[in-house]
Design a protein around this ligand. Sequence first.
Ligand code: SF4
Ligand code: SF4
Length: 281
Amino acid sequence: MTIVDIGLPRRLVEFTLDGEQVTVPEGATILSACKDMPTLCYGDTLEPANACRVCMVEVEGSRTLVPSCSRKVEPGMVVNTDTERTRHSRRLVLELLGSATDLSTTPQVADWMADVGADPARFGPDAATVAQPAKVDNVLYVRDYSKCIMCYKCVDACGDQWQNTFAIAVAGRGFDAHISTEFSAPLPDSACVYCGNCIEVCPTGALSFRREYDKRAEGTWDESAQSATTTVCTFCGVGCNLTLHVQDNEIVKVTSPHESSVTHGNLCIKGRFGWQHVQNP
Ligand code: SF4
Ligand code: SF4
């Protein structure tokens, strides 16, 4: 059962979405009223970053397409999500992302590409990419920036929106823009406290658990064979919810429910990574 936090009572706003009359609470975004809108940079626990441009929609009277993740619904607005213009825009954005980055572990993106007929290969073999070796510099998590689409979600999760550690930020300009620790230091020499809250929000798998990375490399990572069980962390009295992902009777990663009023998907190093003792023979 999905529990929707409706917050304080709000006035209702009526608008037209793909020809249907829809009513949403005042302040709701267009995206929140859409079913299955493709998006990469939107995070349900983060402020909209407006970075990926995958969720663009057409609003009558607006000269340009608008990002549905951040545009609030206005009374009488007429919104169309599936027009030749929105599909053309989504096709090009997905082609640009797919030609420059490795989207092989990005959930659903292959379906979105097929839906709009995106062909990243059309830019040719010489298209600029962010291909680079994965940064494997600690035993807890891996940074594979060849999969990074620069959505800023990890930076926001590490910074003032949740963790307030500021271990990572955007460095460089233009095509050289990239996510980096201070002075590109290895993670163990950076300010990182290994909460893993950046992994929780990364939409592409650029940030992944070391166990997941190793199992993918071995060819033994199998999400269809995994179960997910939510329990309460036993390390301290805060009561954070942990979702244990188990494959072949082994915990392979720990996430946290985003709708939890205690964690909102965030954990500390102990809850996120401190589970190896459970299966240490
Ligand atoms: S693990 Fe936590 S502290 Fe380290 S970079 Fe990610 S969000 Fe920041
Ligand atoms: S590492 Fe992941 S969360 Fe961070 S900017 Fe890249 S794709 Fe986004």
